[in-house]
Design a protein around this ligand. Structure first.
Ligand code: PMV
Length: 332
């Protein structure tokens, strides 16, 4: 039988303290994949088919303050008590269940997102990473980053990359228990790099990433091509980052995102996250590039775009996309 989440937690926390302290507080950045994670080889442990590479968004992310409480769990998000029936509450509770020393231990969680959740940008990665880091402080486990990354992955796959700043690679790993499937920071910095968040729709997505990945892996004839595309793009991105070759970097990220969407569009039923305005924005990026502006985009499981450019072109990007929110991932 395949290992369960609880087996992994037990193994990582063997010999660690079970008594909560007063509270644990932590922040974790959001991350945007440049080479995407799309498709699981194990649904229970969120083990990916392929490795991936992301960039963390500096000060944009989630903070969590967690304390032990009696009676029931209580969650607050951005200053408002969370409805226990909401998907946020259910996912948080399922994750916290893995860490209760006994059924009588309950948690009080106060979370804040600095990434605009309502604006359709995923906060689950930074949210689960912040919760994991806050639990580590609450219990005084003092775990190494690799194990924190593995625990965060149990909440949501991409959360394993959000326990680090900067460029981060998530190694797919091979082992059935996923102990070799963790993220690691790449040493490189690129201070001039910018990401621009472009909101196309604030509506919650119709299909979550979990069922969308499953549908793609099970039915898309194009999925067979995805693993080799990832191997190629990962090595391209690493060279581009090391050489600070912006066009090679941007081209690889944009092509990777489009290839990921192509695998979903070929699934049945098709998973199509794009809105007409998404396509218009993509075309605008391509047209600006033809005019000489070094600008690229990436997209995740939703209709919004993330623009990739250099600091020197920030004014031109703002002129073309007046509502863009610009992030400087390497700014202190
Ligand atoms: O970690 P999840 O289940 O939210 O999936 C993330 C999937 C993408 O955002 C589309 C790609 C990625 O690598 O972050």
């Amino acid at each position: 039988m395949n290992p369960s989440k609880q087996d992994v937690v037990r193994r990582i926390l063997a010999g660690k303290p079970l008594e909560p302290r007063e509270h644990g507080v932590a922040f974790a950045p959001s991350n945007i994949a440049l080479c995407k994670y799309w498709g699981k080889r194990d649904e229970e442990l969120n083990l990916p088919m392929t490795s991936s590479l992301s960039l963390s968004l500096g000060k944009l992310g989630s903070s969590a303050r967690i304390s032990a409480s009696s009676g029931i769990d209580r969650y607050e998000l951005n200053g408002v008590a969370v409805d226990p029936q909401s998907s946020f509450a259910r996912r948080t509770k399922t994750f916290l269940d893995l860490f209760r020393p006994d059924p009588g231990t309950h948690f009080n969680v106060v979370a804040e997102n600095t990434i605009p959740t309502a604006a359709g940008f995923a906060s689950s990665a930074s949210g689960f990473a912040a919760l994991t880091l806050a639990l580590d402080k609450l219990f005084g486990w003092n775990l190494e980053r690799r194990n924190l990354s593995i625990l965060a992955r149990l909440g949501s796959g991409s959360a394993c990359r959000s326990v680090y700043e900067g460029f981060v690679e998530w190694h797919a790993g091979k082992s059935p228990d996923g102990m070799d499937s963790f993220a690691e920071r790449l040493g490189n910095k690129w201070p001039e790099l910018r990401m621009g968040l472009v909101v196309i729709s604030e509506a919650e997505k119709a299909v979550g990433s979990r069922p969308a990945m499953k549908q793609t892996v099970e039915t898309s004839p194009l999925y067979a091509a995805w693993p080799s595309k990832v191997v190629h793009d990962l090595s391209e991105l690493k060279v581009a980052i090391a050489d600070r070759d912006f066009n090679r970097f941007g081209r690889t990220a944009e092509s990777n995102a489009l290839a990921m969407h192509a695998t979903m569009i070929a699934a049945w039923p098709a998973v199509l996250y794009w809105l007409p305005e998404s396509v218009a924005a993509m075309k605008r990026v391509v047209a600006l590039r033809a005019e000489g502006l070094p600008l690229y985009f990436t997209m995740d499981a939703g209709p919004n775009l993330k623009l990739i450019f250099l600091e020197k072109d920030a004014d031109a990007v703002t002129k073309a996309f007046p509502a863009v929110q610009i992030v400087a991932p390497f700014e202190p």
